[in-house]
Design a protein around this ligand. Structure first.
Ligand SMILES: [Zn+2]
Length: 247
């Protein structure tokens, strides 16, 4: 399977001004973010680079994007930026507001859904992805990773978050799976109801424009050079490994 434009999708969460304030491996300092971005741009210009462009994702809709990242983004970088929003968190303390979302969208930043309440949309036990049970109630659920959502609960997360965001910003064509977890039933439901054009994961390979979109989760327990090494070793074959992982 060959593709011409291979895109590197990088996922960030909260950004902190000081390294000492970083609480979680999914968060990083502004210096770490800037250094990694500089290296990614530098690598992209080299002839041996395995990707031709990149996107930067900020998952969950934290306020730190507004305060620390956005003021320094060039127009070119804004066009490469996606915010994955948990719609029930919009306007909460430490999260961005509806007004912020509208402003970002007007400036060329892409707005994607990251569900209404950030549940694990599927459950994986002992390397086995459990199928989504039929039925259930069309309502919001507040859970983390251990409760298996039923079909109607999955549909609520997909549809209501999209509706919320489209009342503020441009059409929303991408859903980012909370915790990166999904199963084939959810993919089928999305297809059946035509909710989203892209379903984004945390599967680690390069993006050739498919409807299941791979993204690389950046963690600050690795240094910038270790992260870069990982990025530069991504190959198309990694995708095959992932697709067979849960079988
Ligand atoms: Zn998330």
């Amino acid at each position: 399977m060959k593709c011409k434009a291979k895109i590197l999708n990088l996922v960030f969460h909260r950004i902190f001004l000081r390294e000492s304030d970083v609480e979680d491996i999914y968060d990083c300092s502004l210096d770490f973010f800037n250094d990694l971005l500089k290296e990614v741009i530098k690598q992209m210009k080299s002839s041996t680079c395995n990707y031709s462009d990149f996107r930067i994702y900020f998952d969950d809709g934290h306020e730190s994007f507004l305060e620390l990242v956005y003021p320094h983004l060039t127009s070119k970088l804004k066009n490469r930026t996606t915010l994955a929003i948990i719609t029930n968190k919009v306007g909460n303390k430490e999260y961005i507001s509806k007004g912020n979302i509208l402003m970002f969208s007007n400036k060329g930043i892409k707005i994607s859904s990251h569900s209404t309440s950030h549940p694990g949309m599927a459950v994986c036990t002992e390397q086995f992805l459990r199928p989504t049970p039929r039925g259930g109630k069309y309502e919001n659920v507040e859970t983390t990773l251990s409760v298996l959502l039923k079909e109607e609960e999955v549909r609520y997360q997909l549809k209501e978050s999209k509706k919320f965001l489209e009342q503020i910003a441009a059409p929303v064509d991408e859903f980012v799976f909370p915790y990166g977890i999904y199963n084939s039933d959810i993919i089928r439901l999305n297809y059946q109801f035509s909710y989203y054009k892209y379903l984004s994961t945390c599967d680690e390979y390069l993006d050739c424009g498919e409807y299941i979109r791979p993204r690389i989760l950046v963690t600050s327990d690795k240094s910038v050079s270790e992260t870069l090494q990982k990025i530069m070793s991504l190959k198309e074959i990694d995708k095959i490994k992932l697709l067979t992982k849960y079988e």
